[in-house]
Design a binder for this molecule. Structure first.
Ligand code: FUB
Ligand code: ZN
Length: 624
């Protein structure tokens, strides 16, 4: 086929994809919605202390380290002289801190913090060009002639996406629209540049797609959803442009993608947006892609900690089962992205296996990204170390600290989802939540010492007695019927029990949820008991790095062995077949942990590198 004909064919296919998607768009929206974190009060000591730490330490810490980045806006707006400082996509860090600060403010107003953020917003607004364009790297460097010419590398849309997310969050938290208006002008400007009859290009680093869906939800304006859909449908079509390749998930069209490839954070942000669009349009081709990609990641390319992207070379994926431990890249942002994506998949499919992944990421691969004091961050999260990996207060490329700051305060939003006749309990954490089920108002109170103890008591309080289903996720670690073929337990699970108002109740487990359908009245109590024995984890034999090795997990927490607690080099430790451990809660150790003590000692993986330097290993030798 000659080049012109091939290009024309590609354009027609890309356009057809958008038309298919939008003919479904009118059908109906996703019915299952998450209860927003603003309607969930976290009582869990484990999470409440971290949300407080985020508000009191990480937000000011990140803001302080963003000073030069904030100055770039002032310079672009003519408010101060000087050269551009830092990296070309540094604007995004400022937007992400604003987003994190906004989520904190929506839980607890703080006039001082608001004043600081308002000052930053004034500088951002000053940097905006008359036509809406906003990207300080080109403005300060006086190279605005280059705008929109190097989308593969230059992160203009990436920064715009983070601006949009930050602006919506700040507006929702404070009611102040200045940043939202800036973001809308940026989005409107981008909409004049890209589209079916305009410039055909895709973001080199996905992010704006999911942000545009949020903007659509916030404003009700379809053009933002259409632009998001355009960017997604355009990917992989060499229509009037050269493809950017696998690194950017731009090698084949989305509906033909079946394997996860390339840069891990890019992939997570992209598939989050695809899941958003699929939930809105019910486009079966997108759902098929998402399902295939999800299987590929979780069954072949994910670490036990939920970390993804083994390679530093592309900050991303290699081949199936290539999961080296010491050189594992596992960027903190990629783990957080995994939570973003799996949360959306959970809403799309109402299947507990996605919330299982969210949980795995929360307590392991994402939480390890921040020190227990909230003052240092990991960029890479290996599962084994000779003692040279350490968290740092900041990075030249600081995407991870500013992803942590916007992730921690939203934990409450992952707990519950509902539609008109059911409530899904996706995560366990002491909390109180409010939601509308049909025309009824329902409050739920969850009491538990999770993640250290699997006893969960839920008090159901509907305003008026009514019939609906309460679906409780039965976590993958508490059963033997896990859908994950990459990791399995050597031992047998202990039985999970459920009592309703004190009576043992047999429930059906559907899609990983134990479902209780009844007429609920205020004060009904459900007690779920998820036994938490220490479990011995094996990886599929196809994972060469873990062959002959074993790891320990208790509840959702993956453990590791640190030199601080053991005499031998961590990876050389050997676990005996009948190795015995005592489980001890140590309130003053590492801010309160359940320690595993025996001949060997293990601590939660997320706490490693918070004491003296030394080796660490998750997978140790298995003595047969
Ligand atoms: O390129 C922006 C961010 O910087 C990526 O998401 C991270 O992987 C880091 O490369
Ligand atoms: Zn990062």
């Amino acid at each position: 086929m000659n080049t012109k004909l091939a290009t024309l064919k590609s354009c027609v296919i890309a356009l057809a994809t958008i038309v298919i998607a939008f003919s479904c768009f009118a059908a109906k929206q996703s019915e299952l919605v998450a209860v927003p974190f603003t309607d969930v009060q976290i009582d869990s000591e484990f999470w409440a202390s971290r949300i407080k730490m985020n508000r009191e330490k990480i937000v000011p810490h990140d803001l302080q380290y963003c000073e030069a980045r904030i100055n770039n806006f002032a310079k672009a707006g003519g408010l101060m002289p000087g050269k551009f400082e830092g990296t070309f996509f540094d604007d995004s860090d400022v937007y992400k801190v604003i987003e994190g600060a906004a989520y904190s403010l929506s839980q607890q107003r703080d006039p001082e913090l608001e004043k600081t953020v308002d000052g930053v917003i004034d500088k951002i607004a000053a940097a905006q060009q008359p036509d809406g364009y906003l990207y300080t790297f080109y403005t300060v460097n006086k190279t605005l002639n280059l705008r929109w010419t190097k989308e593969k590398d230059m992160h203009e849309t990436y920064c715009a996406g983070h601006l949009i997310e930050g602006a919506i969050a700040y507006y929702q938290a404070t009611g102040k629209r200045k940043l939202l208006d800036v973001a809308i002008r940026v989005a409107d400007h981008i909409d004049t540049v890209f589209g079916p009859n305009k410039k055909h290009d895709v973001p080199g680093h996905e992010e704006i797609e999911l942000a545009l869906v949020k903007l659509w939800r916030a404003t009700g304006k379809d053009k933002y959803l259409k632009l998001a859909e355009f960017f997604i449908a355009e990917r992989g079509h060499d229509c009037k442009r050269r493809l950017y390749g696998e690194y950017c998930q731009d090698h084949v069209p989305i509906d033909q993608q079946r394997e996860i490839q390339g840069h891990a954070v890019r992939a997570m942000y992209l598939y989050s947006a695809v899941a958003d669009i699929a939930a809105i349009t019910h486009n079966p081709k997108y759902v098929a892609t998402l399902d295939a990609i999800w299987n590929d990641v979780t069954q072949r390319k994910m670490y036990l900690t939920g970390g993804i992207g083994p390679s530093a070379k592309n900050e991303g994926f290699t081949v199936a089962y290539d999961l080296p431990n010491e050189s594992a890249y596992c960027e903190t942002c990629a783990s957080i992205g995994m939570a973003f994506w799996n949360q959306r998949m959970a809403l799309l499919h109402a299947d507990a296996k996605y919330a299982d992944i969210v949980e795995r990421v929360w307590y392991n691969g994402a939480l390890s990204g921040v020190s227990i004091d909230g003052d240092k961050f990991f960029y890479v999260n290996p599962l084994e170390s000779a003692g040279k990996h350490h968290r740092q207060p900041w990075f030249g490329c600081a995407c991870c600290p500013v992803n942590v700051v916007r992730f921690l305060p939203t934990i409450g939003g992952y707990l519950y989802a509902h539609d008109d006749n059911r409530i899904l309990v996706n995560q366990y954490a002491a909390s109180r939540a409010h939601m509308n089920i049909g025309d009824n108002e329902v409050s739920l109170k969850q009491e538990t010492k999770y993640p250290w103890d699997g006893a969960v008591k839920m008090t159901v309080e509907p305003k008026k007695s009514s019939k609906f289903t309460l679906s409780l996720r039965i976590p993958d670690w508490s059963s033997d019927s896990s859908t994950n073929s990459l990791y399995y337990f050597q031992d047998k699970a202990q039985p999970v029990t459920i009592l309703v108002n004190g009576k043992r109740t047999k429930t059906k487990v559907e899609n990983g949820y134990a479902t209780i359908n009844r007429k609920w009245k205020s004060g009904d109590i459900v007690e779920l008991n998820l036994p938490m024995p220490i479990r011995r984890v094996k990886a599929s034999d196809k994972v060469a790095a873990d062959r002959g090795r074993i790891a320990l997990q208790r509840g959702p927490i993956v453990y590791c062995f640190e030199a601080n607690d053991n005499d031998t080099i961590a990876r050389d430790l050997t676990l005996l077949p009948d190795e015995k451990f005592n489980v001890e809660f140590r309130p003053s150790m590492l801010h309160g942990i359940m320690m595993l003590r025996g001949r060997l000692r293990a601590v939660p993986y997320y706490t490693w590198d918070n004491r003296d330097d030394g080796e660490m290993a998750v997978w140790i030798n298995e003595k047969k």
